[in-house]
Design a binder for this molecule. Structure first.
Ligand code: NAP
Length: 486
């Protein structure tokens, strides 16, 4: 499978009402490769009018789609799951080209993304209801679940395939139609996914995909218009706040998967090999460009030096390069602005007293590469303690006391995930309960799983994706009151 072939195979238009079409204005926008700073291809650049046409298609398709048999919706997802897996190599290469992650990681994301469709194909046929007599005996209560209605799905660039399936899966299972707007840096994975759903039998108008370089202009009128009944957004907390405010005007139901600032805590009794393995996953998955990335690594002072030595050995052994080249462990960051932010945060930490154990130097040449970097003895007032680093930089903070580290871990507006490494079960559970995050990894650096409720508290979001509750976000309760006649 060559690069040219993979790129050529992807539709480049807007997908509205079941057909591929150019933007009404004829405008297109570039898709760049962050490893080479070159343009891979161009895709349609939708205007607000195109957005309105996509919404109209979703609204038109909603009633019929809601009436399809759950088994039919389930089978569509199941078929799409199988097609995705059969095209793993193609989809992985596409993702690496537009996003930068190494091929091995891209293959992992393809499997993870496909699994959401399998999970929700199983959930589609388990939507239940209730039948009860009211306490006073006068009414029967028939409780049913109905799709919330047309949904607006907005996804980020860092997991371009999985963030799509994590939203499309439950929406299809519940019987909702959709307008999907992917991130402009990574539209190709989403366009390929849209085509796959068509092949799997998704009816016209159910999924309408619009790529645009002006998200704010396209999305605000969609939320104002009243046709959208649900927003499911994954992205930064800053944009999440803006969209939440826009949703308030028309009382649109909202799920938000936002930024994180994960604490990763290594106690003195931790299995250090396991802790280093966990830190490598929690820090380096996706080059550190993950909402779940370990942003602040707190290590007990009695093991701080040993942990730092072992982590530094692992980080400095990684190979940085183009993700399509075999042997690459760390690909480029998404763009120049992302890399400049990482560089600024490292410089700030060093100016405040942090020590660079490896990395920290910008490489020369093309691409947005940043080397795996370990910073030791980072002071707690460094800017990166309150900012998503979103890069391959492990920031180590020493601590002595359990209460102090829990307080420091919770001292952030975010609350997505935390990680705790200790051999003491009682401490693991006690600390796990005290951490103000929606998810806690106990002796593991990976919490993402389609069968688990993914999501955060505080300003990391509202609602959950995946697990048994994932489909709930796309369903409304309705109850029919029927007099018993007694
Ligand atoms: P972002 O800048 O917030 O963008 C996310 C999406 O929102 C993009 O499609 C973007 O399109 C769109 N957008 C931006 N402004 C908008 C507006 N005013 N109206 C409508 N749409 C708008 O985030 P990102 O840089 O793509 O992704 C990284 C962020 O996502 C990080 O904060 C990360 O933690 C978070 N994230 C969270 C999770 C989770 O599950 N909690 C998962 C992955 C990523 P444009 O780029 O065209 O503006």
């Amino acid at each position: 499978m060559t690069t040219t072939h993979v790129i050529e195979n992807v539709p480049k238009g807007l997908h509205i009402g079941g057909s591929w079409q150019p933007a009404a204005s004829g405008r297109t926008m570039p898709v760049d490769n962050p490893a080479t700073d070159t343009t891979l291809c161009r895709v349609a650049d939708a205007s607000p009018e195109d957005g309105q046409r996509a919404l109209a298609a979703a609204v038109t398709a909603q009633q019929d789609w809601a009436r399809t048999a759950p088994r039919e919706r389930s089978e569509i997802l199941r078929r799409a799951h199988e097609i995705i897996l059969a095209r793993t190599e193609e989809l992985a290469l596409l993702m690496t080209l537009e996003m930068g992650k190494p091929l091995a990681e891209a293959r992992g994301e393809v499997a993870y993304a496909a699994e959401f469709f399998r999970w929700f194909s199983e959930e589609a046929v388990r939507i239940d209801g209730g039948y009860a007599t009211s306490p006073d005996g006068r009414n029967r209560h028939l409780v049913l679940r109905q799709p919330v209605g047309p949904c607006l799905l907005i996804t980020p660039w860092n997991f371009p395939l999985a963030m799509g399936t994590r939203k499309i899966g439950p929406a299809v299972a519940a019987g909702c139609t959709m307008v999907l707007k992917p991130a402009p840096q990574t539209p190709l994975s989403t366009l390929a996914l849209t085509a796959i759903l068509g092949e799997a039998g998704l009816p016209p108008g159910v999924l309408n995909t619009v790529t645009t370089s002006d998200a704010a202009a396209l999305v605000a009128p969609l939320l104002r218009g009243g046709g959208i009944r649900k927003l499911s957004f994954t992205g930064s907390t800053q944009v999440g706040r803006t969209l939440l405010a826009q949703c308030a005007d028309t009382v649109v139901r909202t799920s938000l998967e936002l930024g994180g600032n994960a604490p990763f805590i290594v106690f003195d009794d931790a299995d250090l090999d396991a802790a280093v393995d966990g830190a490598m996953v929690a820090k380096m998955r996706n080059m550190g460009e993950a909402c779940t990335a370990a942003n602040r690594i707190f290590v007990h002072t009695s093991v701080a030096e040993e942990f730092a030595t072992r982590l530094t050995a692992r980080m400095s052994a990684l190979t940085v390069g183009d993700g399509t080249t075999s042997g690459t462990d760390v690909g480029p960051l998404i763009d120049a602005a992302g890399r400049a932010k990482v560089e600024r945060l490292v410089r700030d930490a060093v100016e405040r007293g942090a020590k660079i154990l490896t990395g920290g130097e910008l490489p020369a040449g093309e691409g947005n590469f940043y080397p795996p970097t370990v910073l030791a003895q980072v002071p707690r007032d460094a800017e990166l303690t309150g900012t998503e680093i979103f890069g391959p930089v492990a920031a180590l903070f020493p601590f002595d006391d359990e209460d102090d580290v829990v307080r420091a871990a919770n001292d952030t507006e975010w609350g997505l995930v935390s990680y705790v490494f200790t051999r003491d079960l009682d401490r693991a559970l006690r600390v796990g309960e005290r951490l103000e995050t929606g998810m806690v990894g106990l002796n593991t650096g990976l919490v993402s799983n389609p069968a688990a409720p993914f999501g955060g508290v505080k300003q990391s979001g509202l609602g959950r994706e995946g697990g048994r509750v994932g489909i709930e976000e796309f369903l409304e309760y309705k109850y029919l009151a029927v007099p018993t006649g007694s």
